[in-house]
Design a protein around this ligand. Structure first.
Ligand code: WTA
Length: 608
């Protein structure tokens, strides 16, 4: 817990001398094989952190804890819908990671090679990520809900050498097959040399496909010792694809040094962690939160981490409360969507469980409605747990705007810029707007967790810094109040946030127009009580095509195979034409204003 005075003192120091601040943090957070020569280098728009520094991320998440005497400490607790429970301690996790890392090497995977991970949230997924980190291979985790088509696009963009998957994942009592999706995705991609399959019940390898290897066949043959690759601070650690305003997702690149320092330090500070805390972040490593706060942040801090394969309310709506009670979870970090779902089921379910182990609650991914915040505070936190509302993005690597535990909480308002972060609310030309006025949220200078690049598309990286006054453009609308607290109002661009997952309208439109019979598509978001936002598509059909329910259902299926279930519009309306600019761009704002019964000027005040 921190007082306002303490916070302000550290914040001011961090802004006055960021290089000293981050050097101190990097020195105390991470074990470096070689110290950096220069803390920060900025050749606009590119920047580097801890230049000349050498480290290994897996070493920092595992070896150093084992060396410090935490061999027996539980690193991961895996749970699932059937309430199976598997734990692994730091020493055994290190051994598994080393064996798997050696296995990857035996397949010819080297530093800088790209490895796709398309797995459920199981211990082996974390092993796969850390094994890549150990040998310097760049991993790219793809959420296991994405389609073969989406997976193929990412494999192609990265020229991935290996894909790691599992036979299936379990969701609401049903097995979802993953292996066949991967086979379809990599068909005839000559650069993909191997598919590694975690066979979960019986070993099933397609012998016709020589490229397939069983996860444990590979791992079990290998030595428990694997020297960590000495990585430069600015070497890429992973690429994670996220939606932007064009039709193609962008590969956000994060570094070994800057990212790890930032994930480690934000986790430690924001959740005010103590060494024996049991930490549960409900995200999946398919998203950034699962990188920073399921894997790298908590493990580099030597915590015990809960992971769960499954959904919040299956087999029963009290599933997650039961886990909190059973594992004595101290820090619980989830999304407003999940909390809204719990609230809908009612507080009766939380009252059936002893949630008294909880000390701090967190939320991320979308703005949280004040009444939902209050419910979280009262019924899950029993009015005694601070709630840290954390605003950040795939691109930022870690928390950026947050109410640290101990500071004044304003339900629905994310909070104050974190140490070292200068966040301001500006107009299109980069001037700060007056207090309590809506504007664009920008960050003035790079911070260690900032993305290094966009894979294969440096112009997309540069765009973040060139859009508004050479500051990092977040894409969000925000308001700053008289105390400097920042409230996030949602995206200002063509990105939609469904259940906390980022989806680009253009991506969905591309999928829609690739359906035979659809000529044009315009996609907008509408407020949704549970999901935050939901998608509505307006479609122009080829003449002669009948817009009936069967067509709607086929179009929805098509989007699912093109992208993922999360990208499927809830509503589809057929129209004769779409509103367009003179240059032919679809005016989604006009569609949205009409749909929501607002005047168009409400939506355009900040536009040119
Ligand atoms: C939104 C997720 C309000 C925001 C970590 C941002 C939030 C986008 C919050 C990034 C929050 C995230 N309050 N909105 N606490 N956290 N967002 O890249 O619109 O999946 O731009 O990263 O989520 O989503 P992403």
């Amino acid at each position: 817990m921190i007082t306002k005075k303490q916070f302000q003192k550290i914040y001011i120091e961090s802004i006055q001398n960021p290089e000293k601040f981050w050097a101190d943090v990097a020195e105390t957070s991470i074990e470096w094989f070689k110290k950096w020569d220069k803390v920060f280098e900025w050749k606009f728009p590119s920047y580097k952190w801890f230049v000349g520094g050498k480290l290994n991320v897996a070493y920092n998440c595992l070896d150093r804890h084992v060396k410090a005497g935490l061999r027996e400490k539980t690193a991961l607790i895996y749970l699932n819908e059937n309430n199976d429970r598997i734990t692994i301690n730091y020493n055994n996790l290190l051994k598994q990671v080393n064996k798997f890392a050696n296995g990857l090497k035996s397949l010819g995977v080297k530093k800088g090679d790209r490895v796709l991970i398309y797995m459920p949230l199981v211990i082996e997924q974390v092993v796969a990520m850390l094994a890549c980190a150990r040998i310097g291979a760049i991993h790219s985790v793809v959420f296991a809900g994405f389609s073969a088509n989406a997976l193929r696009e990412r494999a192609e963009d990265l020229k991935a050498k290996v894909v790691i998957t599992a036979s299936w994942t379990m969701r609401r009592g049903e097995k979802k097959i993953l292996k066949s999706t991967v086979r379809e995705a990599v068909k005839n991609l000559e650069f993909v040399k191997n598919i590694i399959v975690l066979n979960r019940d019986k070993k099933e390898i397609n012998s016709a496909e020589k490229m397939e290897i069983d996860f444990y066949d590979l791992l079990n043959n290998e030595s428990e010792i694997c020297e960590p690759e000495i990585m430069n601070s600015e070497d890429p650690l992973f690429v994670l694809y996220t939606s932007g305003s064009t039709g193609k997702p962008k590969g956000v690149v994060h570094t070994a040094g800057g990212f790890l320092v930032y994930a480690h330090y934000t986790l430690k500070t924001v959740f005010d962690i103590k060494p024996d805390d049991v930490f549960w972040c409900t995200a999946d490593p398919g998203w950034i939160t699962g990188h920073s706060y399921v894997t790298y942040g908590p493990l580099s801090n030597g915590l015990t981490v809960v992971i769960m394969e499954g959904v919040p309310d299956y087999p029963k709506p009290d599933n997650w409360y039961r886990i909190i009670e059973q594992e004595k979870v101290n820090i619980f970090y989830t999304s407003p969507t999940a909390i809204r779902m719990f609230r809908k089921y009612g507080e009766g379910y939380c009252k059936q469980h002893d949630l008294s182990s909880l000390k701090i609650l967190g939320t991320v991914g979308e703005p949280i409605n004040p009444e939902v915040w209050k419910w979280y505070h009262e019924f899950i936190g029993n009015k005694k747990c601070p709630i840290v509302d954390t605003w950040w993005q795939t691109e930022t690597g870690g928390h950026m705007i947050v109410t640290l535990p101990g500071l004044l909480e304003k339900p629905g308002v994310a909070g104050l810029p974190f140490y070292g972060i200068e966040a301001v609310v500006v107009n299109k030309s980069g001037q700060e707007v007056p207090t309590n006025e809506k504007g664009f949220l920008v960050i003035k200078k790079p911070w260690p967790g900032a993305l290094l690049d966009c894979w294969n598309t440096p112009d997309r990286f540069a765009k973040y810094w060139n859009e508004i006054g050479k500051m990092f453009f977040t894409g969000d609308f925000a308001i700053k109040d008289k105390d400097g607290y920042i409230q996030i109002l949602g995206r200002s661009d063509d990105v939609i946030n469904v259940s906390g997952h980022r989806i680009g309208t253009a991506e969905v439109e591309n999928a829609l127009v690739s359906f035979a019979g659809v000529v044009e598509a315009g996609v907008i978001s509408k407020p949704d009580e549970l999901k935050g936002e939901r998608l509505k598509a307006f479609l122009v059909l080829k003449s002669g095509v009948k817009g009936d329910n069967a067509l709607i259902s086929n179009i929805k299926k098509h989007v699912k195979t093109k992208i993922a279930t999360i990208a499927v519009p809830d509503e589809i309306e057929f129209v004769l034409s779409l509103p367009k600019t003179r240059s032919g761009k679809i005016m989604r704002r006009v569609l949205k204003a009409k749909e929501l019964g607002q005047s168009i000027s409400d939506l355009t005040t900040l536009e040119d």
